[in-house]
Design a protein around this ligand. Structure first.
Ligand SMILES: [Zn+2]
Length: 510
């Protein structure tokens, strides 16, 4: 023991001046104190949560609900004193706007049962109430079309189940303990391939499009599919148009309702249903982001951008609270804290609330194409060099427990320092690995520093994209904590002398 500590002391004396001091990232702990105090006593998280969920409602990409949210956010940015506010159109969105204004789905024979259901986005409505027997249609290949040809006019069609209910013995909300956080941060040389069979996936998509065209030709009244469980439907969207027409009305039923109908039919018990779905379409064929800024004040650095964001769009079940009003609220609150504290950042701090994330990260990818790199020529734009860092949040309401480095080891000593004031708030882990599937990926793909925090998993996998994703899913104390951590990270990124270290740039293949 003694020898060991002497050795440690020797190392300390010999190497500290060369290693530790040179590497220590300066941070303004007085500002961290102010940020914490401000958020603890002046938080607007509850208010923002109400307006962003109960008031705005669902925000499906390009829908009227999304339009209303964009305008509301732009107005809010103005009220908060942000500068250079813009509703920025970045990509086309051929499907256009789609809004649901009525959904009634019930079984009437062999007995009455009202089902909680969601129409698939970008499918048609029923043009009034439809009453019909329900027919199981199982098309596995094009040869099967013949079996049903001429027999489906005016019928309600049910598709075979795509999911089997599995009891879940895991808790629906968990917080990381020290052990699980450590495991998450572990680095490995193991190559985990995701084994996506793109050819098979393409074939399924092609067949589904042919099935949708067949149903339209056969004048099917409505199609029942399954998505969601616990009698809560999960929202999805049709991803094709037929000519310039939308597929026949298609409805997602939770597995319990869908399974009940299938089991009745399997026992040759006739099932009749009545369905009414009203949908409207608007020619709003663009993806937009809403942006605002706290302008930089340092002559040399003010064109450099410290970016924070989250996607504003949601699915049409629920009010998109955990996915992803929570992220949008935290990022807005983080900038509000800095603005209210009168921070004069050296670099410009920009917030971007993205559109079209759920359909393929369109908002953030569109931002990259517009400001950082030309998608056709791969030429880099001025924004590429001016980009300092991006922080994203999109994993529900859970509090931050650390951060993923996306493989960028160079940034570890910086984040380690910035995280010290939050260790006692349980935010301490630094994971070298990646997290994916959301908007930071658009920047990380170019080697730019773009990060997501590690979040506790609170009811996320069960509720997202469903009618359950409402205000109740938000934990205010977790969101407050996240907002003050983002505010401190953003402040330090905006004030340090140098840009943050990047991974080497690799031009994506054209
Ligand atoms: Zn999301």
């Amino acid at each position: 023991m003694k020898l060991k500590s002497n050795l440690a002391a020797l190392c300390f004396v010999l190497f500290l001046p060369y290693y530790s001091f040179a590497q220590t990232e300066p941070q303004n702990l007085e500002m961290v104190y102010k940020i914490k105090q401000f958020e603890k006593t002046n938080s607007q998280i509850e208010e923002l949560s109400f307006w962003m969920t109960d008031f705005l409602g669902p925000r499906l990409t390009a829908s009227n609900g999304n339009e209303k949210a964009n305008q509301w956010v732009a107005d809010k940015f103005k009220q908060l004193g942000f500068s250079n506010i813009v509703i920025d159109s970045v990509r086309p969105f051929e499907r256009g706007g789609w809004d649901n204004s009525k959904t009634y789905v019930a079984m009437t024979t062999p007995y009455y049962a009202n089902f909680s259901a969601l129409p698939k986005a970008w499918t048609s409505g029923t043009l009034g109430i439809v009453k019909s027997e329900v027919v199981l249609v199982n098309i596995q290949s094009e040869a099967d079309f013949e079996i049903y040809s001429g027999k489906l006019n005016g019928k309600i069609v049910i598709l075979p189940s795509v999911a089997v209910y599995q009891p879940n013995f895991e808790p629906i909300a968990t917080r990381f303990d020290a052990e699980s956080l450590k495991a998450l941060a572990k680095e490995s040389t193991e190559i985990r391939s995701r084994n996506i069979d793109r050819a098979a996936f393409g074939k399924i998509r092609e067949l589904n499009q042919k099935i949708a065209t067949f149903f339209m030709k056969e004048k099917v009244a409505a199609v029942l599919n399954n998505s969601g469980e616990f009698n809560v439907p999960k929202a999805t969207g049709a991803n094709y148009v037929i000519g310039n027409q939308f597929p026949v009305p298609e409805i997602n039923l939770p597995i319990e309702a869908h399974g009940r109908i299938l089991r009745l039919l399997a026992h040759t018990i006739p099932v009749e249903m009545e369905i009414e779905v009203e949908n409207s379409f608007t020619p709003n064929n663009k993806v937009v982001n809403v942006m605002g800024e706290i302008p930089g004040t340092d002559k040399k650095l003010k064109d450099q951008i410290v970016l924070v964001g989250a996607h504003l769009d949601s699915w049409h079940g629920g009010t998109g609270a955990a996915d992803n009003a929570s992220g949008a609220i935290v990022m807005m609150e983080a900038l509000r804290i800095l603005k209210e504290l009168g921070v004069q950042p050296r670099r410009t701090i920009r917030i971007a609330l993205w559109g079209g994330e759920e359909q393929g990260l369109h908002g953030s990818r569109g931002y990259v194409e517009k400001y950082l790199r030309d998608a056709k020529t791969n030429d880099l734009k001025p924004g590429f060099n001016q980009f300092t860092v991006y922080f994203n949040m999109d994993n529900g309401t859970g509090k931050f427990r650390g951060i993923y480095l996306q493989g960028n080891e160079m940034i570890r000593p910086i984040f380690e320092q910035w995280m010290i004031p939050f260790v006692d708030m349980d935010c301490s882990a630094i994971a070298i690995g990646n997290t994916g599937s959301t908007d930071h990926v658009s920047f990380d793909a170019l080697g730019l520093p773009a990060f997501q925090f590690i979040q506790d998993k609170i009811e996320y996998s069960r509720g997202y994209h469903t009618n359950m994703d409402t205000y109740e899913r938000l934990i205010m104390s977790d969101l407050k904590q996240n907002a003050l951590i983002v505010a401190a990270f953003v402040y330090h990124a905006a004030m340090r002398d140098e840009q943050l270290p990047r991974k080497p740039y690799q031009a994506p293949k054209i």
